[in-house]
Design a protein around this ligand. Structure first.
Ligand code: AMP
Ligand code: MG
Length: 510
């Protein structure tokens, strides 16, 4: 049990000796850089096999992007790999160690309690990505959990992560969903499933916190060097590489959160263990998109205080980055005061970076090609009118038109407020050299028609879970794959929920 960290869980699992693959092996070109880090970074263990794997969905477009053979993945041998019943050659399954602040409280040991990293593959695009099974059975990090995932939350992550990708927002991806043929016990028995998740990496703020909490300076340096080599190679040449790393992580988070805010996305559980060092949206739990604009919107059933409300997300990201900075202090300078000064200076850049990304995005949403000092106030005043008039966030922007108000006016309970704002907007547009068609085209590529509206997501999940009917899930994916392209047959998907279908709460289902 003993190991060099004094913790009991790191070397418990067998280091090797998995059942050899039988039949045609599924060729996955693994190159596992994280598994080459010291053993205290993870626990080695295979996924736990499931009773009756059944492929629910394979993301063939993503498979192609990764250079994987979709047909092989969909074959019984491939599905066995995606279910965790078989270890593909070259795979070195590990569950990653990490810590994290959950709703502000520090937990020194979280870790992959229901996930294994199968390994990393370098795609034809030269990018290295993690292939991870989520819901793959208990691990040394499971605490009291069963290590499993229910089909509903797996499909929710599949839908929303793929929708985010189609919106152009950095995110983990979903390669496959496999039903396990086993029930998972939640409030009731639910069908179980395994998600194959693809990520630039699964390194989180909480990964750094895990080692910082243990005073493991050597591991922190190795982790930071790994992250620099993998995600921020240009930081290596900087005068102060670890400071450059911090600056780059801050910049990516600031830009990511701005992107969320610009589409009305609410993550729901912005704990530091759900904050990706690579700057991707990760760990889709009780996440949701806002319908009517209200910055106080909270969906998550576990977020009682509204800590992770839509409007709090930038502040929370900043808070999470401060926790990241604390872990880097020993790397930033020999002297703590000097290190703190460096970290605080870097952190000070977050607000401007975020605000810059937000206003750039808002200008695009408003069809503006140039920048004027009053643009921030113009955008804010529209949001204020939307909040007061309970206007749908997505539809308002989608229907904004340089000349016509007929589409957008009925969305506002306070049409006068909209009218007053629109007059100012048109004066602003008139000061730009571009013609109306250019403004229109720009706005149509910045303002999605289709987002994964909650009532649609819930309906797709219910059909799959309760009736084994995957048609609504498939259709929703088709709609969300082209979010900026109006398609008459899918017009209803652009609509906000009718009163009786409004979803006010989402559940992470763990
Ligand atoms: P999450 O809320 O999904 O970000 O998970 C927070 C922590 O709880 C992570 O360490 C997860 O691995 C762990 N966890 C969540 N669900 C389960 C489960 N069903 N079994 C074991 N661990 C879990
Ligand atoms: Mg998590």
């Amino acid at each position: 049990m003993a190991n060099d960290t004094g913790l009991p869980f790191l070397h418990d699992a067998p280091a090797s000796g998995f059942a050899p693959a039988i039949g045609e092996p599924v060729g996955l070109p693994f190159d596992n850089s994280y598994a080459r880090l010291p053993e205290r970074f993870y626990a080695r263990l295979p996924p736990t096999p499931v009773a009756a794997p059944r492929l629910i969905k394979l993301n063939t477009a993503l498979a192609a992007q990764l250079g994987l053979d979709a047909e092989a993945l969909a074959s019984p041998q491939g599905v066995a790999v995606l279910a965790g019943n078989r270890i593909a050659p070259g795979s070195e399954p590990i569950s990653l160690a990490y810590a994290g602040h959950q709703f502000g409280n520090f937990v020194p040991q979280l870790g992959d309690g229901r996930a294994v990293l199968l390994g990393e593959i370098v795609g034809p695009d030269g990018l290295r990505r993690d292939l991870q099974l989520k819901g793959s059975g208990p691990t040394p990090f499971s605490r009291r959990g069963d290590g499993r995932a229910a089909l509903g939350p797996v499909l929710r992550e599949y839908i929303v992560s793929e929708a985010m990708a189609a919106l152009g927002i950095p995110t983990t991806r979903s390669l496959a969903a496999v039903a396990t043929g086993e029930p998972v016990m939640r409030e009731t028995a639910l069908p179980g499933a395994v998600l194959t998740r693809v990520a630039s990496s699964h390194i989180r703020v909480g990964t750094f916190q895990f080692f910082a909490a243990r005073g493991d300076a050597e591991a922190l340096r190795l982790l930071a060097d790994h992250v620099i080599a993998r995600h921020y190679p240009d930081a290596r040449g900087a005068a102060e590489p670890y400071r450059a790393l911090f600056d780059r992580v801050i910049a990516r988070q600031a830009e990511l959160i701005a992107r969320w805010m610009l589409v009305g996305f609410i993550h729901g559980v912005m704990n530091t263990d759900n904050c990706s060092i690579a700057g991707e949206t990760i760990d889709y739990g009780p996440c949701a998109f806002m319908d009517a604009y209200n910055p106080e919107t909270v969906f998550s059933s576990i977020d009682h205080g509204g800590r992770y409300a839509y409007g709090h997300q930038p502040r929370i990201a900043h808070w999470n980055l401060a926790r990241f900075g604390e872990t880097l202090l020993p790397l930033l300078a020999g002297d703590t005061d000097a290190a703190l000064a460096i970290a605080n200076e870097s952190l000070g850049a977050f607000q401007a970076r975020y605000a810059g990304a937000l206003i750039d995005g808002m200008r695009r949403k408003l069809g503006l090609f140039t920048a004027e000092a009053g643009d921030g106030a113009l955008a804010q005043d529209l949001l204020n009118a939307m909040a007061e008039g309970e206007a749908d966030f997505t539809l308002t922007f989608r229907r904004l038109d340089p000349e016509l108000d007929a589409g957008v006016l009925p969305l506002f309970k306070n049409p006068d407020a909209y009218d007053a704002w629109a007059a100012r907007w048109r004066e602003r547009l008139a000061r730009e050299p571009q013609d109306t068609a250019s403004h229109r085209a720009a706005m149509r590529s910045a303002n999605p028609a289709y987002i994964p509206r909650n009532h649609r997501v819930e309906a797709a999940l219910a059909a799959a879970v309760e009736r084994d009917d995957l048609a609504p899930f498939e259709e929703l994916l088709k709609v969300l794959a082209l979010p900026f392209e109006d398609r008459a047959e899918f017009a209803a998907y652009a609509e906000p929920p009718p009163e009786d279908q409004r979803v006010c709460q989402t559940f992470c289902g763990t």
